[in-house]
Design a protein around this ligand. Structure first.
Ligand code: PLP
Length: 381
C-alpha cells in the first residue's frame, strides 16, 4: 500500500488549465480573477461581500482590526483550534481567553462561554471567535443571542467548513461563514483544506462598512474614496496603517475552479465519514453531529485511549495520521503569558485521545478499508 496521508488536495486538468491561462494573461497579481473569485465565493456562501486575502491568518488579523479591537481588550475562543484563531487577537495587542469545548462536538461550548462571560463584569469581553472545528458548524444563532446580551462581536472561523451548514430555529439553512449571525466569517485555502489555492483566504461579511474597511486594510490602508484632497487621476491616500495581504490572480484562478468542485468534494467526504462511522459505531468514539447540521468534514477524528500507540502503529503501515490540535493554551508562547493553569479539562482530555484519520475526496474504498482494518486491529488488541 502506498503512503496514505491524513489529507490531500484534489487538483485536476481544469485547475491546471485555469492557472496556465492566467499565467499568460496580463494580470498576475490583482487582476479580474480576484474579483471573479470573490463574487463566486460570496454567491456560493450566500453572503453580500467577500474579500480575498493571502491566507486565513491575514484574514483573521484584518477582521479583528476592522472590528476595532484595541490593546488589552479581551476575546474568547476555543483551545481546540489552530493557533491562528487566537493569534489574531495578540496581533492587535488583545488578550485571549479560552472557554472549554463540548465533549461530544469538540467545538466551543456555549454553556462554558456563557459561564465565563457571566463571571466577569459587563464590558469585560469584546468578542467571541467560535471555530467550525473539523468542518462541524457551530450553532451561531445561539452564540449570537449570547453575544447580543453582552454587546460582543463574533468572528466565525469557518476555515474548516466552506459548504457546511446548520438549520436555525426558523428552519432556515445557514451556510458556514454567511455572516447572518456572525459579523465576519473567515476561510482558508491552504491545500489541506477543501479549496486549495496554495495559500489563500477569504473574509465574508454582510456589512458594507466592514467590507470597505477590510478592503482598505488589505491594501496598505490605501483608498481612493473619501479623500481629503485630489491631485489627479493618479492620486490616492493612505488613510490608515494597512498591510499587503492580497491574493493573486494566479491563486484566484485556482480558487474558482476548486470552488466549483466543493459540493462534490464534501459529498465524498461525507460518504467516507459514514463508512468510518459504520465501522466504528459502538467501538470507538467519534465527533458527534448535532441534528440539522451538515458537516463539511475537513477532518474525521476519533478518540482512543492509547493515541500515541495508534499513531505509531498506523505509521508502520504507511498511514500518516495527524493530531488536531495541541490545545492552544498549552503551547509554550501561551504558557509563558500565563495560560498553563487554565481550567480546560474537556480540551485537555480530548487532546490526550484524539487522532485524525485520512479524510480527502480521492481516498479510495480500498485505502479506507485498509485504514479501518488497521485501526480496529490496534484497538481490539
Ligand atoms: C481553524 C483554522 N483557523 C485558521 C487557520 C489559518 O489558515 P491559513 O493557513 O490559511 O492562514 C487554520 C489553518 O490551518 C485553521 O485550521
Amino acid at each position: 500500500m502506498k503512503p496514505i496521508p491524513y489529507g490531500r488536495q484534489s487538483i485536476n486538468k481544469d485547475d491546471i488549465n485555469a492557472v496556465i491561462e492566467t499565467l499568460t494573461s496580463d494580470f498576475l497579481t490583482q487582476g479580474p480573477k480576484v474579483k471573479e473569485f470573490e463574487d463566486a465565493f460570496a454567491k456560493y456562501i450566500g453572503v453580500k461581500y467577500a474579500v480575498a486575502v493571502c491566507n486565513a491568518t491575514a484574514g483573521l488579523h484584518l477582521a479583528v482590526l476592522a472590528l476595532n479591537l484595541n490593546k488589552e481588550e479581551r476575546v474568547i475562543t476555543t483551545p481546540i483550534t489552530f493557533a491562528a484563531s487566537a493569534n489574531c487577537v495578540r496581533y492587535a495587542g488583545g488578550e485571549v481567553w479560552f472557554a472549554d469545548i463540548d465533549k461530544n462536538t469538540y467545538t466551543l461550548s456555549l454553556e462554558k462561554t456563557k459561564k465565563l462571560i457571566e463571571s466577569k463584569p459587563s464590558g469585560f469581553f469584546k468578542g467571541i471567535i467560535p471555530v467550525d472545528f473539523a468542518g462541524l458548524p457551530v450553532d451561531l444563532e445561539k452564540f449570537r443571542d449570547l453575544a447580543d446580551k453582552h454587546n460582543l462581536w463574533i468572528i466565525e472561523d469557518a476555515c474548516h467548513a466552506p459548504g457546511g451548514y446548520f438549520i436555525d430555529s426558523k428552519g432556515i439553512k445557514q451556510m458556514c461563514g454567511n455572516a447572518n449571525y456572525a459579523d465576519i466569517g473567515i476561510f482558508s485555502f491552504h491545500p489541506v483544506k477543501h479549496i486549495a489555492c496554495g495559500e489563500g483566504g477569504m473574509i465574508t461579511t454582510n456589512s458594507e462598512v466592514l467590507y470597505k474597511r477590510l478592503s482598505k486594510l488589505r491594501t496598505h490602508g490605501i483608498s481612493k474614496e473619501n479623500m481629503s484632497e485630489n491631485h489627479g487621476g493618479w492620486y490616492y491616500e493612505m488613510q490608515e496603517l494597512g498591510y499587503n495581504y492580497r491574493l493573486t490572480d494566479i491563486q484566484s484562478a485556482l480558487g474558482i475552479t476548486q470552488l466549483a468542485k466543493n459540493d462534490q468534494g464534501i459529498a465524498s467526504r461525507n460518504r467516507i465519514a459514514n463508512k468510518y462511522k459504520q465501522a466504528f459505531n459502538g467501538k470507538i468514539k467519534f465527533q458527534c453531529l448535532p441534528e440539522g447540521t451538515y458537516n463539511a468534514h475537513h477532518l474525521f477524528i476519533v478518540e482512543v485511549d492509547d493515541r500515541k500507540g495508534l499513531y505509531d502503529f498506523l505509521r508502520t503501515h504507511n498511514i500518516f495520521t495527524q493530531i488536531h490540535y495541541i490545545p492552544v493554551h498549552t503551547l509554550p508562547y501561551y504558557k509563558e503569558i500565563g495560560y498553563q493553569n487554565a481550567n480546560l479539562n474537556n480540551s485537555e482530555n480530548y487532546y490526550s485521545k484524539c487522532i485524525s484519520l485520512p479524510m480527502y475526496p480521492s481516498l479510495t474504498d480500498t485505502e479506507q478499508a485498509f485504514v479501518i482494518d488497521k485501526v480496529l486491529t490496534f484497538v481490539n488488541g
